[in-house]
Design a binder for this molecule. Structure first.
Ligand code: RM4
Ligand code: MN
Ligand code: MN
Length: 398
């Protein structure tokens, strides 16, 4: 029987919520090839059904992020009802500002006012969708950038982008947040209009308190200290959310924690400590952070990959909760460099699997979600029912 402090720990582990992305359940790939997977979800209803399965297995994933127009529904109220029958609510609404022919030179920062206007209208539509489905987050990622020095005037691009964002911000209803995501390169190979957290943060400051920065863990150059970015954004109350994934080289969108488990732990160590910050504004910011997965699976089975990602997030979060904060603060104050470092690595090397099993038992779910998934036969069932949708080349038309 766990004692009272272990019960509190288990309750905190179970209080974590992780949102899964609709696009992680459909076929996706690299620009070279998309390998179709039997049973991959073909529409938003099937994506929601798969998200419902992930939620039943993990107990902590009750929402799914959608991407518009990929997931545009005929009737949003119908979709809402369908989702709630699977135990799912719609989470962040992601506008798509990168797949229209018009966006060759950008969207919100495009040189043409007409194209910028259409891009702004698309985000407005997403705000409306969010209101209709009861979501409080519109999450913005831009492919805007340039490929060659001189291609466009960099200061003009910044001004255009800010003006477009201000138009969007003015339409945000009370209680809705605009999360601004940055990425250092791709598809622009020379410049990206929102390349780093500082640029995104500066835009958010100009917009207002409902604009916050989104950190996608795969969107930094090699070696960047992401946990320090997290600390800066928490301390300035502008950390809005995460897109979790792992990477080895670029924006690889691999299973969370698969290549960088220590980094993931250090990120959670910042977050869990900020939840108890003496400054109530910092604690409030940490407590409203939206934890989302942004992952695409190229060759791995999608539902199992999603469950694995959620479990890796839970592992890093649980380890972060085990950090001995008092011992750490004492060592830091004394300047005991190695003792301070040891406090973190001791928490990180704890085997939290029994703790997580106890937490799942308390939720009334199987302590081993992967074994449970395999035992359901769900993947085989949807493979039979849905078959293989055509996927093909990563370069459509080639
Ligand atoms: C981008 C970025 C966005 C995601 C798209 C599909 O690299 O991470 O968040 O919506 O990919
Ligand atoms: Mn992302
Ligand atoms: Mn990305």
């Amino acid at each position: 029987m766990p004692d009272a402090s272990e019960q509190r720990l288990i309750d905190r582990i179970n209080a974590l919520r992780v949102e899964t992305p609709s696009w992680g359940y459909g076929n996706s790939g690299t620009r070279f090839k998309v390998f179709a997977q039997p049973g991959a979800a073909r529409n938003i209803e099937e994506k929601i059904a798969d998200a419902g399965m992930v939620n039943r297995l993990t107990g902590i994933c009750p929402t799914v992020a959608i991407h518009i127009p990929w997931d545009r529904a005929g009737d949003w109220d119908d979709l809402k009802r369908w989702a709630s029958a699977s135990g799912i609510a719609i989470g962040a609404v992601n506008p798509n500002l990168f797949q229209d022919d018009e966006y060759r030179l950008g969207s919100l920062a495009h040189p043409s006012a007409t194209v910028r206007g259409r891009a702004v209208d698309h985000v407005r539509e997403c705000i409306e969708i969010a209101s209709t489905v009861g979501s409080s987050i519109v999450s913005l990622w831009l492919a805007d950038g340039t490929n060659y020095p001189g291609q466009d005037d960099l200061r003009s691009r910044r001004r255009r982008l800010l003006a477009s964002l201000k138009q969007i911000y003015a339409d945000l209803p009370r209680g809705m947040r605009l999360l601004v995501e940055y990425k250092f390169f791709e598809p622009g190979f020379y410049s990206t209009d929102l390349p780093d957290w500082g640029t995104a943060y500066a835009m958010c400051l100009e917009l207002g308190p409902q604009a916050e920065v989104l950190v996608d863990t795969g969107h930094h150059a090699q070696g960047v200290n992401i946990e320090q970015i997290v600390a800066q954004l928490l301390d300035t109350n502008r950390l809005g959310g995460f897109h979790f994934n792992a990477r080895k080289y670029a924006d690889d969108d691999l299973i969370v924690g698969s290549t960088n488990p220590y980094e993931l732990f250090l990120i959670f160590a910042e977050l869990t400590s900020a939840e108890d910050d003496v400054d109530p504004a910092v604690a409030a910011c940490a407590r409203r952070v939206a934890y989302m997965i942004d992952q695409s699976h190229n060759i791995e089975p999608k539902i199992e990959a999603m469950v694995q990602s959620v479990m890796n997030i839970q592992g890093a979060h649980a380890k972060a909760l085990l950090v001995d904060r008092e011992r750490l603060a004492g060592a830091q104050l004394r300047g005991d460099v190695l003792e301070a470092n040891r406090v973190l690595s001791e928490a990180n090397s704890t085997d939290v699997r029994p703790l997580l099993a106890a937490a799942r038992k308390k939720l009334g779910i199987d302590p081993d979600p992967i074994a449970a998934l395999r035992a359901t036969g769900y993947v085989e069932k949807v493979s039979r029912e849905r078959g293989s949708a055509a996927a093909g080349s990563g370069y459509p038309g080639s």
